[in-house]
Design a protein around this ligand. Structure first.
Ligand code: HQG
Length: 184
């Protein structure tokens, strides 16, 4: 991804997942922002950046993790996952595979094995279907460690799972009993 696209993707993540009010933007209850309003707000706000429709569409299409989606009528955009603000992504509970993985940093391990996985500032705990993705997620915070989560057993005990438009598995919390340290 080019530097400009990367910077735009980070900006869109910030306003569509965490702080729309930073540029005076409103999201609806399902996390959608009107694209014209997003452009006007971003172009005029101090914490904004110069955006146009072509750039936004390029970021949506070229994004390595498909972080954003444009509505069928082309008018609205939202982030597919990762929100800290409370919005309803309208995801249906879905039966997970037997196992999913969570990548984290080694310094968090003791606390996680004691308390389980918590969503922190986000709405959900994020889980990956494969070790490679989990490793990349964990690397963001330090030396990565991979945790194996016994997701089907959790599901059988009534925990709900959702899968985002871009293939990230989401659940509210993971109690410690379902977590195993996965040797590297
Ligand atoms: C850790 C990125 C101590 C947790 C990624 C993580 C993902 C605990 C950190 C998405 C804990 C929260 C989300 C406990 C959890 N004690 N630490 N009890 N429970 N943690 O960024 O999963 O590139 O909010 O392990 O790819 O790292 O932005 O969550 O290390 O999909 O699209 O607390 O963000 O996507 O960190 O990442 P985060 P995450 P994007």
């Amino acid at each position: 991804m080019s530097k400009r696209l990367n910077k735009t993707s980070k900006f869109l993540s910030f306003v569509l997942r965490h702080k729309p009010e930073a540029i005076g933007l409103n999201l609806d209850a399902n996390g959608w922002a009107n694209i014209d309003k997003l452009i006007t707000s971003a172009n005029s706000a101090e914490e904004g950046m110069q955006l146009d429709r072509e750039l936004i569409i390029k970021v949506v299409n070229d994004n390595d993790k498909k972080r954003f989606i444009i509505s069928d009528d082309g008018q609205n955009i939202r982030a597919n996952q990762g929100h800290s603000i409370k919005i309803d992504l309208e995801l249906k509970p879905t039966k997970p595979p037997e196992t999913l993985y969570h990548g984290t940093a080694s310094r968090f391990l003791d606390s996680i094995l004691k308390e389980g996985l918590k969503p922190g500032k986000r709405q959900h705990v994020h889980l990956s279907t494969n070790i490679e993705t989990a490793t990349q997620v964990g690397q963001r915070y330090g030396k990565p460690v991979i945790l194996k989560v016994n997701t089907l057993a959790m599901c059988k005990q009534g925990h709900q799972f959702f899968v985002s438009e871009n293939g990230v598995w989401l659940t509210e919390t993971v109690p410690k009993d379902y977590i195993q340290d996965y040797p590297q």
